[in-house]
Design a protein around this ligand. Sequence first.
Ligand code: CP
Length: 307
Amino acid sequence: MLKRKDMLGLIDASEEEISEILALAAQMKQRILSGEKKFSYLEGKTVTVLFYENSTRTRTSFEQAAKYLGATTINIVAGNSSVAKGETLVDTGKTLDAQKNDFIVMRHPMGGAPYLLAKTVKASVLNAGDGMNEHPSQALLDMLTMQEVFGRLKGLKVAILGDIKHSRVAKSNLFGLRTMGAEVRMFAPETLIPKDIDKLGAKVCTSREEALDGADVVMGLRIQLERQQAGNFPSLGEYASFYGVDEKMLAYANPNAIILHPGPVNRGVELTSGVIDHERSHIENQVLSGVAVRMALLRLLNEYRES
Ligand code: CP
């Protein structure tokens, strides 16, 4: 059983923990696909969704997951809360704790913010993305999607291309996939590759062809213009021509390779529309995997809270 109060990152998640989450998520996904949308696992529990950054997929899927599980949900957008009047994160957390919230799902622009919150509240904290650090539920939903198609993660060759430097998704995938025995290749302009990422287990490639050669999974990452103070490449057009993935580049991958992207996608920049809408694209399937993974996480953390 997952023995954690919080889910903050995959850096310290074991193979057994990841396998348990993915197995339950796979079950939950099948149940959703068969039309079940009402469960009682979190009846009487409150899940607060506290986002200090924009989101479409993560916020709505956590909320949907909590509702499917029977919880009461509360949505706080930082701009409309007392945070806008200068309240600190710790004080916001204390307020939510005083209201007997059971779970806080938080996205924050600062790396480490959910760790600070988790230390100060009794509620279980789920990291929905902290700065450039981690986005564990995204990597878990990516792994669920890969496992569904290939029946395994061990030995898969996963090519991650895009803005790796600013990406919490890349880091959580690197930690999770390496723990599960996959090979993780990365390719980006040198200005968008974190120094020493190879020491964390990534195979840093020097060309798209090298990264894609025989890859089972081709994962594009968004160019995060909002996190780049200075230009890291000359123009979006040049990025697309020299670093993006089009159908010609896709031909270097395994003929059965699947295409993933966490979204939101910059169409025509990191991936062409032909690749995004390709018959082997699982970008929409990833979204449903996201609801299932978040249901599994909430259920497992709740079981630990009640044990
Ligand atoms: N993948 C992801 O985190 O998307 P959102 O920013 O829409 O939540």
